[in-house]
Design a protein around this ligand. Structure first.
Ligand SMILES: NC(=O)c1ccc[n+]([C@@H]2O[C@H](COP(=O)([O-])OP(=O)(O)OC[C@H]3O[C@@H](n4cnc5c(N)ncnc54)[C@H](O)[C@@H]3O)[C@@H](O)[C@H]2O)c1
Length: 252
């Protein structure tokens, strides 16, 4: 611990597992006061690094009332991390209108909700750092069977740039993190699903995910969290509106 986030308050969505949880832990280790949220509050059982709350980012009403509660009870956040996301597997031919709408609602509109709810207080407080979790699979790279997922993650990069441009003179920085393939509970599910769909063994399906990274391995959530700490901290005070890859060379 080196107190790189000392004196800062952070709100994180989807922090119950995977990348969001690693970010919550890393922020707390760097001295931030962390407000961690997830759809499933049970995932926080035994998690001592943060104040933990249930929050469904699909609900504008819940996001708005949560923001009021946080600002009222704890104070305005200096850092906002929008991590909630879902991977739809398939091409355009597999993507129904319902699949499209759900993916954009959870991956993109949730960020719109969080920004609308927290940005006014952050502006009134003199600014802050916002980190949106996009993906290397976005406007940066196309990979098979990631049609609507890639579209949502590209939209996050556009949204990130738009908000950065609008508020750059008011102390707000907004950046996107674009991970490659990262070990997480949901990735395990995707590996098993791919094995089931293709008739491959789970080991072969895993090897296919690993092969997407020229570095020769999957990334860890801690490696993504290290970048989030940098972007959330004042060390990145001259950096805004950019996608930042942490991808084991996936985008080479
Ligand atoms: N794991 C990867 O390989 C990878 C790669 C690139 C980008 N990402 C992105 O990183 C983010 C986190 O992914 P992960 O794989 O670490 O986590 P994950 O998919 O394992 O966990 C997602 C979390 O989101 C929560 N969640 C689901 N619906 C929600 C809702 N409506 N409101 C609030 N929370 C909700 C779940 O309860 C869960 O705790 C996602 O945006 C994902 O697209 C992941």
């Amino acid at each position: 611990m080196s107190d790189r986030l000392k004196g800062k308050r952070a709100v994180i969505t989807a922090a119950g597992q995977g990348i969001g949880r690693a970010i919550a832990k890393a922020f707390a280790a760097e001295g931030a006061e962390v407000v961690a949220t997830d759809l499933d509050e049970k995932k926080f059982s035994g998690f001592k690094d943060a104040k933990c709350f249930a929050l469904d980012v699909l609900s504008t009403e819940k996001v708005d009332s949560f923001a009021q509660k946080v600002v009222g009870e704890f104070g305005t956040p200096n850092i906002l991390v929008n991590c909630a996301g879902y991977v739809h597997q398939g091409s355009v031919l597999d993507c129904s209108e319902k699949d499209w709408d759900f993916s954009f609602d959870l991956n993109v509109k949730s960020i719109h909700r969080m920004l609308r709810a927290f940005l006014p207080a952050m502006l009134a407080n003199g600014g802050g750092s916002i980190v949106n979790i996009s993906s290397a699979v976005s406007s940066i790279r196309g990979v098979p069977k990631r049609y609507v997922y890639g579209a949502t993650k590209a939209a996050i990069i556009g949204l990130t740039k738009a908000v950065a441009a609008d508020f750059i003179r008011q102390g707000i920085r907004v950046n996107a993190i674009c991970p490659g393939t990262i070990e997480s509970p949901s990735l395990e599910g995707r590996i098993e699903a791919n094995a089931g769909q293709t008739g491959q063994s789970v080991d072969q399906a895993r090897a296919d995910f690993v092969a997407r990274q020229p570095i020769g391995r999957l990334g860890t959530a801690q490696e993504v969290a290290a970048l989030a700490v940098f972007l959330a901290s004042d060390e990145s005070s001259y950096i805004t509106g950019q996608p930042h890859l942490v991808d084991g060379g996936m985008a080479l």
